[in-house]
Ligand binder design. Sequence first.
Ligand SMILES: C[S@@+](CC[C@H](N)C(=O)[O-])C[C@H]1O[C@@H](n2cnc3c(N)ncnc32)[C@H](O)[C@@H]1O
Length: 287
Amino acid sequence: MGIRPLWRVPGIVVRERLHSPGRERIPEPMVMDDAESVVHFHAGGAANPGMQAVYDLCARAIDALLPPGGRLLDLGIGSGRALSTVLRRRPDVHAVGVDLAPNMLATARELFVSEGLEARVELVQADITALPKSLADAKWDAVSCMWTLHQLPDFDVLDAALRQIAAVQRDSGAALWLSDFARLKDPSACPAMLQCVDPDSPMGLRQDAIASEAAAFTREELSAHILAAGLGGLHSGHATPLPYLQAYWMFGSRGKHAPTGRQDSALDGRTRREASLLRWGFTAKPF
Ligand SMILES: C[S@@+](CC[C@H](N)C(=O)[O-])C[C@H]1O[C@@H](n2cnc3c(N)ncnc32)[C@H](O)[C@@H]1O
């Protein structure tokens, strides 16, 4: 592993705090189906400590939100890594994962088979902004949407996705977990931070993360649109010292319960440290 120039982190954080707002968003293609991107993303999720730390945070959060034996609707499942982390933590949970990208869905299917999880997951090719009736009207204990909203091309499509999530939540009383990148003010902050904390990450994966942060909605934008979609009263938290990740959640009508999940024994030492740091710095969380 190369030297991590961590002494540069405080400077990056201070520059971000002092930077003027108004950075333009640079959208990415909505559906992530390009074969090379799918391979980079999927391989990164298996090996990259930063990505695995985020999956661990999401799985702990969903563990706290999902009642025993719960049914989870995961919107924008991608290659399945985030959902697989939840299902490994919670052997009592069944899920449906939705994505528009056939390559992502095929990769997710292989992952679930290889992990022996396939009996607990159904995969559906659909648009999260307009779910098929069979999903929109079904009973859910929780709805999650992880690292997906930044892929949406503009505010109209974001609003459609959030209205769809709000409708499902209202009809089923489900808990909610929405997490994503947050666009920073300083365009050089994310590339510089990745260079400091993860200098050995593959170039394709790093470019994907940089493009996704540039495409993400700011915390102000996302919280305002969540509210406008009828999702008032959500709790929220974000990463510190660099606020590059944001999350919103609510408990479902079955109320709050103690997390029952088991620790992910697959996390190695460095990933466990990154996951602890992310949790420790996150300003609020449901667990
Ligand atoms: C960056 S991936 C995240 C995958 C996964 N949740 C994770 O955290 O690893 C985002 C996924 O959302 C999917 N997506 C984007 N817009 C969508 C839409 N409108 N309907 C369904 N899937 C969508 C993309 O195809 C992509 O697979």
